[in-house]
Design a protein around this ligand. Sequence first.
Ligand SMILES: Nc1ncnc2c1ncn2[C@@H]1O[C@H](COP(=O)(O)OP(=O)(O)O)[C@@H](O)[C@H]1O
Ligand SMILES: [Mg+2]
Length: 204
Amino acid sequence: MLLAVANDKGGVGKTTTSIHWVRWLSQRSQKVLLIDCDKQGSAREWGKSLGFNVRDMPDSNDLLEFLPKLSREWDWIVVDGPAGNSEVCKSILMCADLILIPCQPTGLDLRASNEMLRVVRSLQSLRQGLPKAYLFLSRANSNTILYRESVEILNDLGFPYLKQYISNKQAIARCAGEGTTVFDQGIRDSIQEFDNLFSEVNYG
Ligand SMILES: Nc1ncnc2c1ncn2[C@@H]1O[C@H](COP(=O)(O)OP(=O)(O)O)[C@@H](O)[C@H]1O
Ligand SMILES: [Mg+2]
């Protein structure tokens, strides 16, 4: 199954989510591949330090050509999308079975994702409902007014979203710097959040 984490905006937690998704899926299957579409290569480096199967694929035409072939060879593929490259992002959306769209919990960020949600909806009508897509709140401080307002905006958007959010935590940011994950570090509350998030997805 071809999974992807996408959002045009940078810094919303795409790479962090991709890495943790691969780590979570690796507990269920041997055949998991991470594809890094960002020229910066941060997912590639982070994934390598965890021993993941990783490939670079920053070119939109390569994605269109190779993603369908690769998805027949691997049980799970997680594609980590780039920021601000709409061509690459569209190629990912055209091939993926299911995408997660991390969004920071502010009205500004949620509204900025509207353009991308439009593309997703258009593709879904062309591809018999694919890619299945879910928004979720990332880097959230759940005890703030901003967070509560964001949940209201999510409800108004009418776009599927995951109830589980990922909290803004120093420990998560530190995992990126150290090339590890909250699962490997035993950071219990974050493990619970990622576990709930990935379990809430309907893969069927
Ligand atoms: N839940 C979180 N709590 C704290 N910091 C986070 C969290 N998720 C991501 N970060 C940090 O925010 C920055 C951007 O995250 P990243 O996953 O690279 O986003 P993107 O791939 O969308 O650009 C990184 O420094 C990362 O460590
Ligand atoms: Mg990234």
